[in-house]
Structures are given as structure tokens and as C-alpha cells.
Design a protein around this ligand. Structure first.
Ligand SMILES: [Zn+2]
Length: 382
């Protein structure tokens, strides 16, 4: 594709030098967090971190701003300075007013940081979570086991953390046999930074591990959860009693487990309205297939992304099979509440092939489903 055949949004995108810089910064923060923890890094720095520092210094000098003097200072910028106040050139829709790469309380990478690192790659196939899901699909199809695939998705959503006996049980579960090796590769031993007073604690809402912060308090990595208040403490795991604890890797938690919790909540609410709901039908063609009593069908994909621009850019039509009458992309209500222009930024940035794909919040979708059920009942009575 030549430059003049690029859609406007893509052309604008390439023109902003700030995009690769923020992506580099996000990658650097993730690398530092993975290597030593963001408060305890030592020389030599990981190459991503050095690159991020060099590029930021250059960007500052070009804008005649004072650059960060050290990597420590760069890390504090990521934590304390919202991206809108950085001396970098970014397209208007790319950031919200409070967007930061590191959480100001816990100092851990934010969900936005993970999206910047993962979702700004050129090819969707390079996304780590999609690579894993595609591998699982391939393996399950080869075995002809749709049930294995559904069980695998269920595992990622409902059991992101496994103790040693649980790992043993999962790896001996015959339904999951096609993906045993994959499970072994994506459930990783948990680092000590998650441990406080000898134990790990899971969030009762999100089921993933909490991070200990100051004074015995715990921090949940999900934006959605923190907006609902302090994390409710769930399972407590002591490695002395339960052996080594494993957690599914971060890109999977970010892009599969998190939205999966929202999908599961939606499934419950739609079923409660008396509708038939199938999860991940047709080897995961989309997330939910909802059938109304009159046979009308909705195809739904749930997208729990912090950044509406990335979401708009990745919009694509919902696959035709299994067949349906209407299709929607759904975003949890809290995303729309946190950024008022969320839906309009999505709409402005979606590619032309996906122009007709509507984005609704989950509460709007439930409202629409309820109205449709009510109208249908009225029609039957009349
Ligand atoms: Zn949580």
C-alpha cells in the first residue's frame, strides 16, 4: 500500500513521532518490571530501558525541554507525569488526560502501559496473547476437540492462578490434553514481588494475584476493579503448604482473563433475561452468541481496552459463522465513564471496512436486550 492509499487515520498515525517513543517507553517499563522490579534496578540496564532513556532525552532536546537526568528520573516521570504533559508529539486521540504508564500508588505498569507495548505493533499476529490463542485453536482443531478449546478459554478466565496440586490436576485433565504443553509454557512461576508476610493473595473479583503495597495493603492490576474500591482479598496461598504458585502470563491476563471476566458477567446477565447464550462459539469466532426466544441472534465481542484509539484501529467485522442477525462490540461501562470521548474516539479511528460495527457499553447492551424481550412479550400478548 502506498502512502496516498492509506486511510487518513493511518497516515496521521505514522506522522507522529511520539507514537514509537511511547511504545519504547512502555516496553522499557515492562522490561524493568520483569527484570528487577521498578524500584530496584541496577546496572547494566536492559537494552530497552537504555533505548527509552536515549530517545526521551532526544525528544526533550528537540522540544527544548529539560530531559530526565537518569533512568530513575525517567521512571518517576512515567509514574508522576501524565502523558499529556510530556514533551512529545502525539495525535489528539491517542491519550486521555490522566493516562500514565506506571500506577502512581503501586509503581507497577498500568493496563495502558501493556496496551502501548502490545497493541501498537504493526501486525496483529505479533500480539503475544493472539499467538497463544491461535496456537490453542490450531492444537484443538487438530484433535477435533472444540470442547478442549472452550475448556482452555475457561481455564484462562476462571483459574489464572494455580497452586502446585492444581497444576497437577489441570495437567492430568484429559479434556485439556491437546493444550497441556501450551499450559505449561504460559503459566509461569510467580516472583517474590507478589509475596507479603510469606503469602500470595488473589483478588476475589479478578482472581489474579494482588501486589503488596505499603502497610500491608494490596493493589489489583485491573483498572475496572480498582474503580470499584479496595480489592476484596480472596484466596491466600502459602508456598510452604501449596508448593510453587504459577500465574498465567501478563499479556494473557490483560487481553484474555480480564475481558473474560466481563464476558462471564455478561453471560450471566443475559441468561437471567431468559436468553440462550453460547460462549466462544465456532472455535471462538466471537465471544457470545445470544439467541432470543423468537430466534433473533446477536453476535457479541467484548473488548476491555483502556485506550479507545487502539480499539478503533483494531476494529474489524465479526465473522459470519456461526450466523447471526446483528453484531456488536461491547466495552465495560467503566471505560466509557472514565473517558467521555471513548466511543467517538473509537468511531473516528475505525477502518472503513468496520464502519458499521457499533460499540456499546455492557449496560447499554443489557438495556437493549431487556427492551427487546419486553417488546416481544408485548407482541405475543397483542
Ligand atoms: Zn481485582
Amino acid at each position: 500500500m502506498t502512502a496516498d492509499t492509506l486511510p487518513d487515520a493511518a497516515a496521521d498515525w505514522a506522522a507522529h513521532q511520539g507514537i514509537p517513543l511511547v511504545r519504547t517507553l512502555a516496553g522499557a517499563m515492562l522490561a524493568l518490571d520483569a527484570q528487577t522490579g521498578l524500584d530496584a534496578f541496577t546496572l547494566p540496564y536492559p537494552p530497552e530501558a537504555q533505548r527509552a532513556l536515549d530517545r526521551t532525552v532526544l525528544a526533550c532536546l528537540l522540544r527544548e525541554a529539560t530531559p530526565p537526568a537518569s533512568l530513575t528520573e525517567l521512571v518517576s516521570w512515567c509514574k508522576d507525569v501524565p502523558l499529556t504533559d510530556w514533551p512529545v508529539d502525539l495525535p489528539a486521540d491517542a491519550i486521555g488526560p490522566e493516562d500514565r504508564l506506571l500506577d502512581p500508588d503501586s509503581g507497577r505498569p498500568t493496563e495502558l502501559c501493556h496496551e502501548w507495548a502490545e497493541r501498537t505493533r504493526d501486525s496483529a499476529l505479533a500480539f503475544r496473547d493472539r499467538e497463544i490463542i491461535h496456537t490453542a485453536l490450531r492444537l484443538c482443531r487438530a484433535f477435533g476437540e472444540e470442547e478442549a478449546y472452550t475448556a482452555f478459554r475457561g481455564l484462562l478466565v476462571n483459574r489464572p492462578v494455580l497452586t502446585a496440586p492444581e497444576s497437577f490436576e489441570v495437567l492430568n485433565d484429559l479434556v485439556l490434553e491437546p493444550v497441556h504443553e501450551l499450559i505449561r509454557r504460559i503459566y509461569l512461576p510467580v516472583s517474590d514481588s507478589y509475596r507479603y508476610d510469606g503469602e500470595y493473595v488473589c483478588c476475589a473479583r479478578c482472581l489474579t494475584l494482588l501486589t503488596p503495597v505499603h502497610d500491608g495493603e494490596w493493589w489489583c492490576e485491573r483498572d475496572r476493579c480498582r474503580r470499584q474500591g479496595p480489592a476484596p482479598l480472596g484466596r491466600r496461598l502459602r508456598p510452604e503448604e501449596m508448593g510453587e504458585v504459577h500465574q498465567v502470563e501478563r499479556p494473557v491476563r490483560q487481553f484474555v482473563t480480564g475481558p473474560g471476566r466481563a464476558e462471564a458477567a455478561l453471560e450471566q446477565e443475559l441468561s437471567a433475561l431468559g436468553l440462550a447464550v453460547r460462549m466462544w462459539p465456532g472455535y471462538d469466532a466471537y465471544d457470545l452468541l445470544v439467541t432470543f426466544p423468537d430466534g433473533h441472534r446477536w453476535a457479541i465481542d467484548v473488548k476491555d481496552w483502556a485506550n479507545p484509539l487502539f480499539l478503533g484501529r483494531s476494529a474489524r467485522l465479526v465473522p459470519q459463522e456461526p450466523p447471526y442477525d446483528e453484531a456488536f462490540w461491547i466495552v465495560p461501562h467503566h471505560r466509557v465513564a472514565a473517558r467521555r470521548d471513548y466511543v467517538s474516539v473509537y468511531e473516528r479511528n475505525r477502518p472503513s471496512q468496520a464502519r458499521d460495527l457499533p460499540l456499546l457499553s455492557d449496560t447499554d447492551l443489557i438495556g437493549r436486550a431487556r427492551a427487546r424481550v419486553r417488546k416481544q412479550k408485548g407482541d405475543t400478548r397483542a
